[in-house]
Structures are given as structure tokens and as C-alpha cells.
Design a protein around this ligand. Structure first.
Ligand code: SF4
Length: 192
């Protein structure tokens, strides 16, 4: 089981191509200027049952979505649930990107890391640091964060360069949700 705070089944703001984005709840890394403090508490959400996650992956795969992005919170603080989710995504041949606040060298010391690494394509690592905003690469919050490509699927640098993106979603009840990179998201949220 995985504590999932939010899912957007189809987005182009959380990695190359059209992706399903899934935010987990729970993080104690305290990055300077974290834009997601609402996701610090793992008990703020109920765990997603495996069946619900399988149904989600089947649905997005059937809709032609290219891949899955897992963000947080801190995905590696739920290593067993994360490893299981990535295995299911790979079974469907979805591309997998994981954003973690740990540096790869820290993550590698975790006993479950090999299982996670074996089922992702690209890992974006390192603490988010609002004092070092990323100005060149898209989808990545701060300039210190690194891309580690286990496969060639997202290894083309052109996929990570270009204008930053935010998405604005308005549901039938008029709730507005903005997501994408932290700086443009906060500017737009303030403006709204
Ligand atoms: S890892 Fe993510 S959620 Fe955790 S403190 Fe850093 S930016 Fe915030």
C-alpha cells in the first residue's frame, strides 16, 4: 500500500510527454523553501489499496499516456509501496520518472533501492532549494537537482529543456488547481 496524496491521470507539466503524476504523502527532509509542506505528514491521507493503483495504471495505459511520474512528499520514504508501484508500471511498459529529495548516493544505501532503481527510467535527485531556482531545465525545481538516466527513454537532453510549464485545472465545482514548477506555480497562484 502507498500513501497517495494526489493523482493527475494526464498531464504534460510533470515530465516529458503526457504522463500520469502521483504525489505521495510523507516527508521529513525539510528542504529549504519546500513548496509542498502540506505533504509532510504521511497520516494526512489514507493508503491507496493496491487494487485502486492497478486500476489507475490500467486506465492511464489504456488512454495512451506515455508514463508515470512519482513525486512527493518523499517517494523513497515508502520504499516497499513505491517498488511495487513501479513494478506494475513497468509491467505495462509505462515510462517511469521518480523525483526524490535524497541524493542518489544516499538513496543507494537503502536496502529496497535496487528494486526501485530496476523499475524506473529516470531519477531526479537532491533536496529542492528555493535559493537555487532552475532557470534552464524544465520540470525540475532547483538547479542543484540532478538527472540520473537508468535507461535511454528520457536521456535526450532536449526533453528537459524548454519553457517551464504550469497547468491550471478547473473542475466542475469551480475548484482551481495549479501544478508544475514551484516558482511559476506560486506566482500564478498569487495572481489568481
Ligand atoms: S523532498 Fe519534496 S516534499 Fe520533502 S521537503 Fe523536499 S521538496 Fe518538500
Amino acid at each position: 500500500m502507498l500513501r497517495v496524496a494526489k493523482v493527475i491521470p494526464q498531464t504534460t507539466a510533470e515530465g516529458p510527454f503526457e504522463r500520469c503524476a502521483l504525489w505521495v504523502a510523507g516527508c521529513d527532509l525539510a528542504c529549504p523553501g519546500c513548496c509542498n509542506p502540506a505533504l509532510f505528514d504521511p497520516d494526512s491521507v489514507d493508503p491507496f489499496e493496491p487494487g485502486a493503483l492497478l486500476e489507475l495504471l490500467d486506465r492511464v495505459h489504456g488512454a495512451g499516456v506515455e508514463g508515470l511520474t512519482v513525486l512527493g512528499g518523499e517517494p523513497l520514504q515508502q520504499p516497499e509501496g513505491l517498488a511495487w508501484l513501479l513494478e506494475q508500471a513497468k509491467r505495462l511498459e509505462l515510462g517511469v520518472i521518480v523525483f526524490t529529495g535524497y541524493e542518489l548516493e544516499e538513496a543507494e544505501r537503502h536496502p529496497s533501492f535496487n528494486r526501485i532503481w530496476a523499475n524506473l527510467d529516470t531519477l531526479v535527485d537532491g533536496r529542492f532549494d528555493a535559493r537555487q531556482p532552475e532557470l534552464r531545465r524544465r520540470f525540475i525545481g532547483s538547479a542543484n537537482q540532478r538527472l540520473h538516466h537508468r535507461t535511454q527513454r528520457y536521456a535526450d537532453p532536449a526533453l528537459w529543456h524548454g519553457p517551464q510549464r504550469v497547468e491550471v485545472r478547473v473542475d466542475v465545482d469551480g475548484h482551481v488547481e495549479v501544478h508544475g514548477l514551484p516558482r511559476p506555480v506560486s506566482r500564478l497562484t498569487r495572481a489568481l
